[in-house]
Design a protein around this ligand. Structure first.
Ligand code: ARG
Length: 720
C-alpha cells in the first residue's frame, strides 16, 4: 500500500517548486528532494530523519497544544516550544501576586513544575487511506460526499483507535482531496510548565516587531510531558513520571554562519498555494480589509484598559495576543499579494490552463464555474466577516450567541428534560469561561462600536429585521455614536448574562421568554440567527463548490505538467512536514540589506525603559552590559546572538518548531515569518521569504544566566 502511495506521489506534478519552497512529508521524501537536502548540507540518512522501525528524528517532534509544534530535548521528556505557544498556559498559571507572564518562571526541581491543560501528540505512524475514502464516497454527488465524509473518516479511524495507549487516527485530505492520508497520534495529557522567561524577553518588541525582521525576541518556553510508569498517556497525577522519549534532540551551541544548512520539522497549519485569482480578489478587496478594520477597533479598545490595570492585562493578554497576531498578518498579506502581483500572476496561469483545457470536458468550464460561484457569494462575504470579527468580537455577544441552543431547547416541544439539563449545564460552564476572561469596560465599548459599524457598513437589506429600528426608537439617531453607547450601557446594566442573581434564577427556572427578553441574548441572537438562516447556507454552498472545483483544478494542473513530479508537495494542513533551506541574509527593498543575525547590542538599542513592548528586565541589561555570556557567547561577535533567519518554508502551526543543523542538532526555534513575504500562505517568494528563529544559545543564556535554572541546562545534551 505504501509503495502505491509513493509512486502516486511521484507521478503527480505541479508548478515546479522554487528554491527552498516546499513543506515535505518527511515519511515520503522523494529521492530528488533528499538529494537536494544533502547538497545543501544535510549529513543524515533518510532513515535517521524518519524511520518506521527505529527511533528517528521525527520521534522528537510533537504537536503542542491546539496549534503549535514542540520538540523533545532531554531523555526526561523536556519540551522546548515558543513563549507565544505556552502563553495561555503561562497566563493561566499566573495570578497578580505570582505573575509568571510578567516575572517569568523556572521550576528548580520537578516538584515545582506546574500542571497545565495542555496535551502533546506524537506521530506514531501514517497510513494511505485514499482507497478506503474513495470507496466510502463512491458514486455520490459532491454535497452528499461532504455530508458522508465524517462517517467515512470515522469508520477508518475507528480501526486504529486504541484508548488504552492513547492512540487515535486523523485523516487528512491532501492535494485538495486527490489523496487521503491517516496520521495516527499518541496523545499525552499530563504536560507541565517548567519554565518561561519574563514577557519582556519572550514577547520583546510586542506587536510592533511581530512579523518583522530584524527581531530581538526570546520567544521560548519549556514544558515536560509525563506518563505512567510504563510510559502510557494518563491524566495528571502524582504517580506519573517524566516520559522516557523515543528520541530527543541534542542542542548545539557551536553557533551558525550565513548559508549554513537548516531544517525545520513541524506542523504547518494551512496554506493555499493553489488559490485562484478569484479567491485572491475576494481576500484583498473584502475579507482582509474587513477583518483588519474590525480587529483594529477591538484591539484599541482592549488595549486602553489593559495598560491601565494589570489585572485586566492578565485577563485579556492571551486573547489580545492572538487577535493582534492575525490582525497584522492579514494586513500584511494583502499588501504583499499586491506587491508581488499575485492576482495577475494567477490570472496569467489560469489563462494558460484554460487554453490547455479546451476540449477537455472535465476541465474546460472550471473558470466559468469559479466566476459564477464567487459572484454568488461576494455580496454576502462582508456580512460574514462582520458577524465573526464584529458582532461576536464582543465576548458578551459571543456568549449570548452560544445560548441559542438553550433557547431552541426551551421552545421546541418534545425536548427531554435530560437534554434540556445538558444544554443548561453546558451554558453554565460556558458562562464560567466567559466571566473568567471578561473585562466589562472594554467589552461594552466593543459592543457599541461593532453594532454601529455593522449598521454603517453592511447593506441595509442584510440587517436583522427590526433591530436597528428598535435602537432608534429608544436611544436616538443611528448616525450618532452616542446612541450606540447609550444602548450598550443599558445592555450591560440589564443583561442577566452578567448578573449572578438573575442568571441563577433563570437556570433554576429556565423560561424561553426570559431568555428572549434579555438584551444581551436578544442582540446576539438577532444577528447570528439572521446570518445562520440567510447567509450560512450560501456560504456552505460556496465553500463546497470551491472544494469541488479545487479538486479538479489541481488534478488538471497535475495532468498539464506531467514532468515536475518529485518537486511537489501538498498544501499545509497541520500534518507533519519538513522544510529545508539555509541561514541567509536578504535585501528587503532597494538599497537595504538585512543581516542574518541580531545581537545583544540590538536588544539594548531597542530598549525603552518602562515601555509596554520594549522594556527589559534590569538583570538582563546588567548582564548584557557586563558581557556575561558564558559558554553561550558568539566569539566572533563578542556578543550574544539573539535571533537569526533562514530561507525555510513554514507557516503558522510551525511555531515552536526545532531548527536543526545538518547533523541533527537543535540550533534554534522557529517563531515567525517576515513582513516582506507575508503573502506566504498563497505565494512563496524565493528571494524575500524568511523564517525568524530564536538562537538556542540565547534560549540557554536566558535559562541559565537570567533565570538561574542550571538544573534545566544539565538535562540537555550540549554539543560544543
Ligand atoms: N507572529 C507569530 C506567529 O504567528 C506570533 C508572535 C506572537 N507575538 C505577538 N506579538 N503577538 O507565530
Amino acid at each position: 500500500m505504501k509503495k502505491i502511495f509513493v509512486s502516486f506521489l511521484l507521478s503527480i506534478c505541479l508548478l515546479k517548486a522554487k528554491a527552498d519552497e516546499g513543506m515535505w512529508l518527511p515519511m515520503l521524501l522523494g529521492q530528488q528532494v533528499y538529494n537536494d537536502m544533502v547538497k545543501k548540507g544535510l549529513k543524515l540518512t533518510k532513515e535517521q530523519l524518519y524511520s518506521i522501525n527505529k527511533s528517528s528524528l521525527k520521534d522528537a517532534i510533537l504537536i503542542f497544544g491546539g496549534g503549535c509544534t514542540g520538540e523533545i530535548v532531554s531523555d526526561q521528556g523536556l519540551i522546548f516550544t515558543n513563549h507565544h505557544c505556552g502563553y495561555a498556559a503561562i497566563a493561566g498559571a499566573s495570578t497578580i501576586e505570582h505573575n509568571y507572564l510578567t516575572d517569568g518562571f523556572y521550576a528548580f526541581n520537578k516538584g515545582q513544575e506546574i500542571k497545565s491543560e495542555l496535551t502533546v501528540q506524537f506521530l506514531d505512524r501514517i497510513v494511505d487511506v485514499t482507497k478506503d475514502v474513495e470507496e466510502g464516497i463512491k458514486g455520490l454527488a459532491w454535497t452528499d460526499r461532504v455530508a458522508k465524509m465524517p462517517e467515512v473518516y470515522k469508520t477508518i479511524t475507528d480501526k486504529v483507535l486504541d484508548k488504552d495507549n492513547g492512540l487515535a487516527g486523523r485523516v487528512y485530505s491532501m492535494f485538495k482531496g486527490n489523496q487521503y492520508i491517516m496520521y495516527v497520534y499518541k496523545t499525552y495529557r499530563d504536560v507541565r510548565l517548567v519554565g518561561a522567561p519574563p514577557e519582556k524577553v519572550g514577547k520583546f518588541g510586542g506587536d510592533t516587531d511581530n512579523w518583522e525582521w530584524p527581531r530581538h525576541t526570546g520567544d521560548f518556553s519549556i514544558f515536560r510531558v509525563y506518563a505512567t510508569k510504563d510510559g502510557k498517556p494518563a491524566e495528571y497525577s502524582n504517580e506519573n513520571i517524566p516520559l522516557k522519549p523515543k528520541y530527543f534532540l541534542p542542542v548545539s551551541i557551536k553557533g551558525i554562519k550565513d548559508n549554513d544548512f537548516a531544517m525545520i520539522y513541524g506542523y504547518p497549519g494551512g496554506t493555499n498555494r493553489y488559490e485562484t485569482s478569484y479567491g485572491i480578489k475576494l481576500k484583498n478587496e473584502i475579507e482582509n480589509p474587513s477583518l483588519v478594520n474590525l480587529r483594529d477597533v477591538r484591539l484599541k479598545l482592549m488595549h486602553e484598559q489593559m495598560i491601565k490595570d494589570p489585572a485586566v492585562k492578565l485577563k485579556l493578554a492571551s486573547n489580545y495576543a492572538s487577535v493582534a497576531n492575525y490582525w497584522k498578518f492579514f494586513d500584511g498579506e494583502t499588501k504583499q499579494l499586491i506587491k508581488f502581483h499575485t492576482f495577475e500572476q494567477k490570472q496569467a496561469y489560469e489563462n494558460t490552463f484554460a487554453t490547455w483545457a479546451k476540449g477537455k470536458p472535465e476541465y474546460e468550464n472550471i473558470f466559468n464555474d469559479y466566476a459564477k460561484n464567487y459572484a454568488a457569494w461576494t455580496l454576502y462575504s462582508k456580512q460574514r466577516q462582520y458577524i465573526n470579527e464584529g458582532i461576536i468580537g464582543s465576548p458578551l455577544a459571543a456568549f449570548g450567541a452560544s445560548l441559542i441552543g438553550v433557547e431552541t431547547n426551551l421552545v421546541k416541544t418534545g425536548v427531554s428534560s435530560a437534554d434540556l439539563k445538558k444544554s443548561l449545564t453546558a451554558a453554565e460552564a460556558m458562562r464560567k469561561t466567559f466571566l473568567a476572561a471578561e473585562d466589562r469596560s472594554s467589552d461594552e465599548k466593543i459592543l457599541a462600536k461593532t453594532a454601529m459599524l455593522f449598521y454603517n457598513d453592511i447593506d441595509k437589506s442584510q440587517h436583522p429585521i427590526g433591530f436597528y429600528e428598535g435602537i432608534k426608537a429608544t436611544y436616538g439617531d443611528l448616525k450618532e455614536e452616542q446612541t450606540f453607547k447609550k444602548w450598550a450601557r443599558d445592555v450591560f446594566t440589564k443583561t442577566m448574562l452578567l448578573d449572578d442573581a438573575k442568571w441563577t434564577a433563570f437556570i433554576a427556572n429556565p423560561d424561553a421568554t426570559v431568555l428572549q427578553a434579555d438584551p444581551g441574548f436578544a442582540y446576539a441572537a438577532a444577528f447570528v440567527k439572521n446570518y445562520n438562516l440567510k447567509y450560512a447556507p450560501l456560504y456552505t454552498a460556496f465553500t463546497n463548490k470551491n472544494a469541488e472545483l479545487g479538486k479538479s483544478y489541481l488534478k488538471g494542473i497535475m495532468e498539464m505538467n506531467p514532468k515536475a513530479a518529485s518537486k511537489m508537495y501538498p498544501d499545509a494542513n497541520f500534518s507533519m512536514r519538513v522544510s529545508y533551506g539555509n541561514v541567509k541574509s536578504y535585501n528587503p527593498r532597494d538599497a537595504v540589506h538585512y543581516d542574518y543575525v541580531t545581537t545583544g547590542k540590538g536588544v539594548l538599542e531597542k530598549y525603552i525603559a518602562g515601555d509596554y513592548e520594549f522594556d527589559l528586565p534590569a538583570k538582563q541589561i546588567e548582564l548584557m552590559k557586563k558581557k556575561d555570556f558564558g559558554q553561550y557567547i558568539d566569539k566572533g561577535r563578542n556578543d550574544l546572538v539573539i535571533d537569526f533567519i533562514t530561507t525555510n518554508d513554514i507557516t503558522g502551526g510551525n511555531s515552536g518548531s526545532p531548527v536543526i543543523d545538518g547533523s541533527g542538532n537543535l540550533i534554534g526555534l522557529a517563531f515567525d515569518g517576515n513582513y516582506e513575504a507575508l503573502s506566504h500562505k498563497i505565494a512563496f517568494d524565493k528571494d524575500l521569504n524568511r523564517t525568524i528563529c530564536v538562537d538556542v544559545r540565547y534560549v540557554l543564556w536566558c535559562i541559565d544566566k537570567l533565570g538561574g535554572a542550571q538544573n534545566i541546562i544539565s538535562e540537555l545534551k550540549l554539543i560544543k
